[in-house]
Design a binder for this molecule. Structure first.
Ligand code: SF4
Length: 291
């Protein structure tokens, strides 16, 4: 009966697989990215304080121990700071055992908050923010209608870090297609190097038939990269990253090759893994890949 609380499909980062998901908002306030179909069936709204408090109480009645809570949907960080503080306080009251609270945000939401506001969220229990940077190339961001440019993505990420919150960023391999392969790789590395997130995830572009980008593929305006091209792009991306202790994960079901490590210290090993995958042509088969 707990699951009836959820509206529509629920998405969360892989690392929140064991977390209790709480929908503070429904859908995505932007909902325009050409590659994303996650929230197309939902109209964006912020749940009321009463609705969220009711959900939390029902969850509390159902679960005796909750270690992690994740606030969904797509950009719950959009909520006003006061509203979010109320939610965090309610969580603290009902789930004193919770050790980490995470949230999805868009860089364009985060940039609306000052470092002080973000610090306030941290002081009230927020632990980690997940942001889909997707690309560091302004051209690619524009084409996919992400609604933010690279410089503002950097400012948003740096603000979150400055506030002392953990930050997890995501980049999508192949998002620039063939035309912007190098630019996407190099500019994404530049943006991520400037942000220096705690965690960096690399997913690989996969499209379903309902996305706007899929229509571009059908029209011949965009071509999905081959596994070799994706790995070549990943290699350029890694070569250009300058990080100090960022945990790197490229282990999503969409990826052709699994890569895990800490950057920059594992850079050489990761690049060697890519080189040997390119040589042996051992990639995850297409029919094993998933969203
Ligand atoms: S990628 Fe993120 S910002 Fe873009 S539509 Fe999907 S959920 Fe919204």
């Amino acid at each position: 009966m707990v699951f009836n609380l959820y509206e529509g499909s629920i998405y969360r980062p892989p690392s929140e697989a064991r977390s209790l998901i709480v929908q503070a908002t429904i859908g995505c306030s932007h909902n325009k990215c050409t590659f994303c179909t996650m929230y197309k069936d939902k109209s964006f709204r912020i749940k009321t304080r009463e609705e969220i408090a009711r959900d939390l109480q029902i969850f509390r009645n159902s679960y005796s121990y909750v270690e992690r809570i994740f606030l969904a949907d797509g950009d719950a960080l959009l909520m006003r700071t006061d509203q979010l503080v109320d939610v965090l306080d309610e969580i603290k009251k009902l789930f004193p055992e919770v050790r980490r609270i995470g949230i999805y945000g868009r860089a364009s939401n985060a940039i609306l908050k000052s470092v002080e506001e973000l610090k306030r969220l941290k002081d009230h229990g927020l632990g980690i923010v997940y942001i889909g940077i997707e690309s560091g190339s302004d051209k690619v961001l524009d084409i996919v209608k992400k609604g933010i440019n690279a410089e503002n993505s950097i400012i948003a990420g740096q603000r979150i870090k400055e506030a002392g919150l953990q930050l997890s960023c995501m980049i999508i391999s192949g998002l620039g297609g063939e035309k912007y392969l190098e630019e996407h790789a190099k500019e994404s590395a530049r943006v991520i190097s400037a942000i220096k997130p705690d965690y960096l995830s690399l997913l690989t572009l996969l499209q379903d038939e309902s996305s706007e980008l899929y229509q571009d593929i059908l029209n011949g305006d965009f071509r999905i990269l081959s596994p070799e091209e994706v790995l070549y792009e990943t290699k350029i991306f890694l070569e250009n990253l300058e990080l100090e202790g960022t945990v790197f994960r490229c282990n999503h079901p969409s990826n052709y090759v699994v890569l895990n490590g800490t950057l920059n210290e594992d850079k050489e090993r990761l690049i060697n893994t890519i080189d040997s995958a390119l040589e042996t042509k051992k990639f995850r088969p297409e029919n094993w890949r998933a969203f």
